[in-house]
Ligand binder design. Sequence first.
Ligand SMILES: [Zn+2]
Length: 319
Amino acid sequence: MPYEGKIEIRWDPLTGLTSRIVHVPIKKISRFNYDNAIKVSLDAKCPFCPKNIGSMTSKFDKDFYGYDRVEKDEVTIIPNLLTFDKYCLIAIISKEHFVDMKTLVKNNYIFKGIKALLDVLKIIKARDEEVKYFSINCNYMPMSGSSILHPHIQAIAGEYPTNYHRITLKKSKDFFTLHKRVFWETLIEEEAKIGERFISTIGTTYWYIPFAPKGNIDIGCIFEKNSILELEENDLLDFNKGLNKALIFLDNEDVSGFNLSIFSGIYGENYFRVNMRMVARRFLPPLNAADSNYFDKIHMENACLFLPEDVSNNIRALW
Ligand SMILES: [Zn+2]
């Protein structure tokens, strides 16, 4: 019997970038076993474990920041030695070397990390007016590209945005000029009306599954504020509630890693809304192959096997 494959090509409503969704029956991938990764990473001496932080990580310039080390809510913030941007921060979000997703949820580690990072980003904003582009990011576990097992999140701030950040800012500005409306608010309205990918609103945060996903299981959140520097305690608490549900969903699906980015609009402007994307990451059996390949690495194309509307239905069931 000849086989006819089915592929759906979707255009992102803001950027116009395409995603291809391949319609195939999905086989569940079993949960990753971390035993060996924990052993190997401890043998190699972990720089983020409390006993090593002092000797193995760098300190801030006291003249600029006012301190050389930041400790808040058990989070330690250090400058990243890998300087991907003008300012590159790491928040070590737990004292424990290995934290599974359930513990990440239970202890609200990401929420505490974001709060501590925002304090430092506000200092950078006040001292360096050249810096316009801010984002908070996370690679959780080796399948997501993280080379250190010990849980941490990161922030970058600089004078030049990354490609995706630049495109979304530019397109949001174009949309505002043309329609006199904020794209992100229009998106929320339209998605709520259609109801196929909308998950829920939690206080000041809006949760949905993006129409053109960036990978297998892509979860989105839109805030009410334009800049991450404007986020207040209640915005972060609302975000944390949704994030914890999203993490529980990924854990239920036996997904062991993810990438997460929170993008900020330019401070003082009003055509953007702070928004987050988190994408599930997995090693593919039997070779533990990466789930990133020539499509996204070279073609700038996202390929995935999960239908966003199915993901949305499944996540709504636990929300
Ligand atoms: Zn460690």
